[in-house]
Design a protein around this ligand. Structure first.
Ligand code: AMP
Length: 486
């Protein structure tokens, strides 16, 4: 989970990168960085924290030049430390380069071991550094060719921006797991994870990069290539469900419209007859709750208020902090909830901690019944392609039935959208172009983490087997009989 932004051909490149990253802040809040090129030197600034706190005017003044790339990070590979903040930048025999990466490589560990055995010294834990080493070692004559050679050895999810003294290079992996769009601001080209960043700087949206496409922008203009063998598309469905900002156009479709359709479909599949009102868990549940209300005819109201001043404490991805964070983030509106039978719509249940807190909060505020509706299928499988999901054992839906989950979160009823319904909501023509591994266990790219390998060594069903067979593990698989403690 990260956001990337790049611009070239603009005298205020780093200022615009700052604005672009600001618009992408929802994609990562742990660290941020910008690298700018003045045609001779790359200058970099990276720090832990939020974009607006890091990039003060004096910092941006130290990043002159007409090209820049930037990154906001939510760690999925490598711990949350400054050394893993991006863009990573280095000097090597070919000059200077910086890279900003969204996605997760699935064979980084193996590549790193072989590079280290060969004498490479790594400065971070991030999988992205593997790409830098592979580029630096390439004997290809041009930077573009070095990039292609390096990427032909990596597997997994990558939307990448590279900056050298003279070039900006953008690449999307052949599955197209993570988004990347191209825009134009007068004479400048702009690249961003989501269109919301183009909107903020008033750039015109040109198009999404194709899966497997490489775009090179330099003094000769822009050129594009498809250097990798084509494969099926695997665009991340969870971007639509939860991760992207609703005002963005993602994979060619409005995130807001998809989320509303998820809610409509949810109301058809999992109605809650007799309920008095529909509320959302803000912000990600709002469009789906509106869709649910439209189809069910149950009035929509605002029963939960989200604080916008929570800051980083909530975002720290540690269970202990997440736990109390829910209360910091959300508060219940008694006047709306008192004496009511409430449908509450959220986008997903991961560990179950949030839902449990929310249901209890709604009941404490006077709701007499709480019917939890989830606008995606049970999240039963970890993501290896860049969404921060915990291990399989921690995913409540991987080892508990819906009834057990409902009991744990203390909801009167619980209903998830079906995988079929999710496909219907994204469109029948489009459904086969998405990666649904977190819901279906159908992994598309590469071998898996040591955790999955350990599971299969113990004889546990593992997604690895699914990949090997190109098939799916069906239904929730019982991995542990650990009871859910109160
Ligand atoms: P949990 O308490 O682990 O069940 O968290 C579920 C909540 O976290 C839901 O309200 C989701 O909106 C949100 N969520 C889903 N996926 C993620 C993620 N990868 N990182 C952070 N929050 C998430």
């Amino acid at each position: 989970m990260c956001g990337i932004f790049g611009i070239t051909g603009h005298p205020e490149a780093s200022n615009l990168a700052y604005l672009g990253l600001h618009a992408l802040q929802h994609r990562g809040q742990e660290s941020a960085g910008i690298v700018a090129s003045d045609g001779q030197h790359l200058r970099s600034y990276r720090a832990m924290g939020l974009v607006a706190d890091i990039f003060t005017a004096p910092v941006l003044e130290k990043l002159p030049g007409s090209a820049a790339i930037g990154h906001v990070r939510y760690s999925t590979a490598g711990v949350s430390q400054l050394k893993n903040a991006q863009p990573l930048s280095v000097e090597y025999a070919g000059g200077q380069m910086a890279v900003a990466h969204n996605g997760n490589l699935v064979n980084a560990r193996e590549l790193r071991s072989s590079l280290e055995a060969d004498g490479a010294i790594f400065q971070s834990d991030s999988d992205t550094e593997v790409i830098i080493h592979l580029i630096a070692r390439s004997r290809q004559p041009t930077f573009e060719k070095k990039v292609v050679e390096a990427l032909s050895r990596v597997q997994g999810a990558y939307s990448l921006l590279f900056l050298t003294e003279h070039q900006l290079v953008a690449v999307r992996d052949p599955y197209g797991f993570r988004p990347l769009v191209l825009g134009r601001l007068r004479n400048s080209y702009v690249l961003a994870s989501e269109t919301t960043a183009l909107d903020l700087i008033e750039a015109e949206y040109i198009r999404e990069l194709e899966a497997g496409e490489m775009v090179v922008i330099d003094a000769q203009g822009m050129r594009t290539a498809q250097p990798f063998a084509p494969t099926r598309l695997g665009r991340c469905i969870f971007e639509h469900v939860y991760f992207a900002k609703p005002d963005s156009v993602l994979f060619g479709t409005s995130v807001y419209e998809v989320r509303k359709e998820l809610g409509r479909q949810l109301a058809r599949e999992q109605p809650a007859p007799g309920a008095d009102l529909v509320i959302a868990v803000p912000d990600s549940g709002v469009p789906s709750a509106i869709g649910f209300s439209q189809v069910s005819g149950i009035p929509y109201d605002v029963g939960l208020i989200r604080s916008h001043y929570v800051g980083r404490t909530f975002i720290e991805p540690q269970q202990s902090i997440r736990h109390f964070g829910v209360k910091l983030k959300l508060s219940a509106v008694r006047q709306v909830l008192k004496g009511k039978r409430v449908v509450v719509v959220d986008d997903s249940i991961v560990r179950g901690t949030t839902s449990r807190k929310i249901v209890k909060m709604l009941k404490a505020a006077g709701a007499v019944e709480v019917h939890l509706r989830i606008s995606s299928p049970p999240t039963s499988w970890p993501c290896y392609y860049g969404i921060d999901t915990p291990s399989r054992q921690e995913l409540i839906a991987s080892n508990h039935t819906n009834e057990e989950i409902a009991r744990y979160v203390t909801a009167d009823t619980l209903g998830y959208l079906s995988l079929e319904g999710l496909g219907t909501a994204v469109g029948d023509r489009e459904r086969s172009t998405f990666c649904t591994a977190c819901f279906s266990g159908k992994y598309l790219a590469g071998e898996l983490s040591p955790e999955a390998a350990a599971l299969s060594a113990k004889g546990e069903p593992s997604p690895e087997a699914a990949i090997a067979e190109g098939a799916v593990a069906t239904g929730p698989v019982v991995l542990s009989t650990r009871p859910l403690s109160a």
